[in-house]
Design a protein around this ligand. Structure first.
Ligand SMILES: [Zn+2]
Length: 263
C-alpha cells in the first residue's frame, strides 16, 4: 500500500451507493420483473416461487425421526426413531431435508442440475437453512457431494456445490468443495434398487489423509440436492470416517419418502 493506493478515486459514500443500487434494481425490475422460478409468472421479489407453486412444496417439519429426518404421521416423543433408523443405523448422526421430493421439488432439482440458474440454488438454500437449523451450532464445515470429473466436465456444474456455497453464505459457514473426491465414476442411481445403489457407490469416495487436521475437529455437514435411499451420503460419511472425521450430519433440499405424495 503506497502512494498509488491514495490517489485511487474514493468510492461513492455508502448512502449514495445504496441509493444508486436500489435505483438500478428498480429499473431492472421494471424491465425484467422477477419471475416465479417454477411457473414463471411475475412475483414480487427475485429468487422466489409464486404463492401457488410455493404451496405445492411439502416442507418437512416436526414430528420427524431425529436421526433420518423422515416425517412421522403423529408425534411419537422426542426420543422415538424411525423403524429404518433402528433396523439400519446410518454412519452419520442426523439427516435433515427441506421438502418432500414431489413433482414441484423434482422440477426444481432437475432445473438446478441441468440449468444455469444460480437463483434457484439461493431459493433452495434458504429452505435448507431453516430445515437444518439444529445442525449449524458449533460452526460445522459444509461439504458438497462431489461429481466425478467426467460428469462435471459434461455438465460443468455441480448442483450440490452450488447449494453448499449458497447455504454457506446464508449461515456464515465455511464450505470445503474439494474435501471429498469421487475416485471412480458411478452409474446414475436412478432406477437402481437400494442394494444396487449401495454397491454402486461403495468405496467411490475418498478424503485426503490430512483432512481431519485441516478441519481441526469440526463437524462436517454433507450437502446434497436429493436424498433417496441415503446410499450416497452414507458412502461419503464412511469416507470421512476413514479419514478420522467422526461427526457428520447431512442436509439435502429434497427427500424421497416412500408412500408420501410421490410423482
Ligand atoms: Zn409459480
Amino acid at each position: 500500500m503506497g502512494s498509488e493506493a491514495e490517489i485511487v478515486k474514493a468510492p461513492a459514500p455508502p448512502r449514495l451507493a445504496g441509493f444508486a443500487r436500489r435505483a438500478a434494481g428498480l429499473a431492472l425490475d421494471l424491465l425484467y420483473p422477477p419471475l416465479c422460478l417454477h411457473c414463471e409468472t411475475a412475483v414480487a421479489a427475485p429468487d422466489a416461487l409464486c404463492p401457488r407453486c410455493f404451496s405445492l412444496l411439502r416442507p418437512i417439519s416436526a414430528p420427524f425421526c431425529p436421526v433420518l429426518g423422515l416425517p412421522f404421521e403423529v408425534p411419537l416423543g422426542p426420543e422415538a426413531r424411525s423403524a429404518e433408523a433402528i433396523a439400519d443405523p446410518p454412519p452419520f448422526d442426523r439427516a435433515r431435508s427441506a421438502v418432500l421430493y414431489n413433482e414441484v421439488a423434482r422440477k426444481l432439482v432437475s432445473r438446478l442440475k441441468y440449468g444455469d440458474r444460480p437463483e434457484l440454488a439461493r431459493l433452495c438454500a434458504r429452505l435448507m437453512h431453516g430445515a437444518g437449523r439444529e445442525l449449524w451450532a458449533g460452526d460445522p464445515v459444509l461439504v458438497p457431494v462431489p461429481l466425478h470429473r467426467t460428469r462435471l466436465f459434461e455438465r460443468r456444474y455441480n448442483q450440490s456445490a452450488e447449494l453448499a456455497r449458497a447455504l454457506g453464505r446464508l449461515a456464515g459457514l465455511r464450505v470445503e468443495p474439494g474435501l471429498v473426491r469421487r475416485t471412480r465414476p458411478t452409474r446414475r442411481q436412478v432406477g437402481l434398487s437400494a442394494d444396487a445403489r449401495q454397491r454402486n457407490v461403495a468405496g467411490a469416495f475418498a478424503v485426503p489423509a490430512e483432512a481431519a487436521l485441516r478441519l481441526g475437529g469440526r463437524r462436517v455437514v454433507i450437502v446434497d440436492d436429493v436424498v433417496t435411499t441415503g446410499s450416497t451420503v452414507k458412502a461419503v460419511t464412511r469416507a470421512l470416517n476413514r479419514a478420522g472425521i467422526g461427526n457428520v450430519d447431512v442436509i439435502s433440499f429434497a427427500r424421497v419418502v416412500t408412500g408420501a405424495d410421490l410423482p
